[in-house]
Design a protein around this ligand. Sequence first.
Ligand SMILES: Cc1ncc(C[n+]2csc(CCOP(=O)(O)OP(=O)(O)O)c2C)c(N)n1
Ligand SMILES: [Mg+2]
Length: 729
Amino acid sequence: MASKVVQNSARDGNATTILEKNWEGLTVLELIEAYRLMLLSRRIDDREIMLKRQQKIFFQISGAGHEALLIAAAMNLRPAYDWFYPYYRDRALCLTLGVTPLEMLLQAVGAAADPASGGRQMPSHWGSQRLNIVTGSSPTGTQFLQAVGCAEAGRYFNHHPDASRKADGDYREFKEVRHQADEVVYVSTGDGTTSQGEFWESLNAASNLKLPVLYMVEDNEYAISVPVEVNTAGGNISRLVAGFPNFHFEEVDGCDLPTSYAAVKRAVQHIREGKGPALVHGHVIRPYSHSLSDDEKLYRPESERKKDAERDPITRLRALLLQEGILDESGLEEIADKVNDEVQDAAEKALEAAFPAKSSYANFVYSPNMDPTLPKFTTQPEAKGADRTMADLINRCLSDEMKRDPRIVIFGEDVADCSREQYLQNSKKVKGKGGVFKLTSGLQCEYGSDRVYNSQLAEATIVGRAVGMATRGMKPVVEIQFFDYIWPAMHQLRNEMPLIRWRSNNAFSCPAVVRVAIGGYLTGGAIYHSQSGESIFAHTPGMRVIFPSNALDAAGLLRTAIRCDDPVMFLEHKRLYRETFGRAPYPGPDYMIPFGKAKTVRPGKDMTVITYGATVPRALQAAQRLEREQGGNAEIIDLRSLSPYDWEAIAESVSRTNRALVLHEDMLSWGYGAEIAARIADELFDQLDAPVRRLAAKDTFVAYQPELEDVILPQADDIFVAMKKLSEY
Ligand SMILES: Cc1ncc(C[n+]2csc(CCOP(=O)(O)OP(=O)(O)O)c2C)c(N)n1
Ligand SMILES: [Mg+2]
């Protein structure tokens, strides 16, 4: 086509002039290709809209009006080299990077062959392992901190090339690592989504760490029906972000291809030169309502919509091509015909594609490669030295694993010995902190400040960055200082970390470890330093939840957690960190305990007490008293692993004792024990001589006054009474 026009132009004698000209650095051929991609993107949207109306697909959200800015971005970036966290309007970016129209439409119909999700996610939820487009989700704003973590991972592997090597025997067998010295991590957003706290947290981190992140703000002035001046103070995000150091900023008419291209080019140059992140704020339009479920006529007058239409990027580029004599009407038509044929062909193929097998829903909730419940995770302790506390053995385990695996980094609030490392090094002025409970003490000194460091005081930042790193193949072992403060990270913990594998149909995974100090019985811990809540995470598919009650189990299970190919929430009871109960010598650098295997901590024949965490030692006390005073003999099972849990051990024991008490520290109602009790009642009904009983905290929070705390949390005396009643039933 170009040659046809150029031939025509040659007759007029100006072919050379056109070929030599450039538009903000774009050549004739690039402009023509950009026009083709814009049209292709719009036509796929149009086709999806038609298919939705015919009920052949089930959702549609378009990229219409954003095409110029996104093609400009993609033309400055490199697929399978840079990394991409695009949001749902980024169809044009993905097409330019190399996602095919067929791949897009396979997702729209929910086909098994949809490479982004295998029919699991809505259309426009991009993901391509081949192109480094990381699986995206629907919550607005979770992408930013992951992009920051992704950029940190690239930098880490560049500084630690050995860490990218494959290794047998743990998650590294299944994690290919790729990194480039001057890579860029692209992350995009709408104007409305910049209101999310995670956006600001991520700017803070990217700026502070001078990370190679390219933010693309696609400002179409609406978040569904909410206009930009409601979401953004003063109505302009560029004004608000301008103070972040190390950033390069661009504000541009995102409907104009050449100026957008030039703006992104400057931004990318800043990043590739290692100067820090950049943010491009593009003003775009949204001609097709928010989605097919929205009718913008309800909140936008015709006059406003008309004004937008005049800025349409396709009309604009078309006019440029004509005006500059690059293409004539027939050349433009030829492109449109080819695009229409391509979309038609892709739609026909997608409509014929097979759906996922119904049984496939269960695939990839967890790693298909590495099952942490298998016996290969059973190793014998090589105990040496004196008995140590749970805190000591966790610290030793972390240290030995860091020695073994250079991909491990540890971060969180106060986990470093000292962020101002000059105080540690030259003058030895300070000893170092290493965690508010000292669990990470000495690790920064031992392994360096780029492997053990303090994060910002922001839980979403800790977990979101860990998600980005683990997706790239690192093993972040992060700490949440108190379970009570885990909630800002909830999006990342519920909608991201455990879902990445399932929603991408195993194209991506996120095997990070989140260590959390949990629980009460502290005498004065009060409401905000005593919370439990493990059932919330046990109720989250994809997440392994571990809760040890003693030093040896903590060391063995933490090692399995670190080597595992799934995300793990590792709950450490604060009261047990330094208890006399459950101390043990360090079991050596390879001691592991498989997940989902309970431990009988006291054999008995009269009833089974199923418990975990800090109620284990309390149940033991109660059982001793029961034996002393009543002659009763209670068997106590410490679950240790809450998801997966050891049903076989429960069933075997209850079938022998015929009585069951489920005991935990967290509140009774909708607590972890409800599921266990229900299952016993369901599957072991014939074996029971008494109703299944539960004992747990009162349905309230934990109060500060010790007498109140005592009455709220289950004490050894309460457990004794519950056991006695159960044995007398
Ligand atoms: C956390 C969260 N809250 C609400 C929604 C519902 N929702 C989806 S898109 C959207 C508006 C996003 O607006 P903007 O960021 O401006 O992007 P645009 O759609 O305009 O491109 C909302 C509220 C969501 N997906 N996630
Ligand atoms: Mg918007």
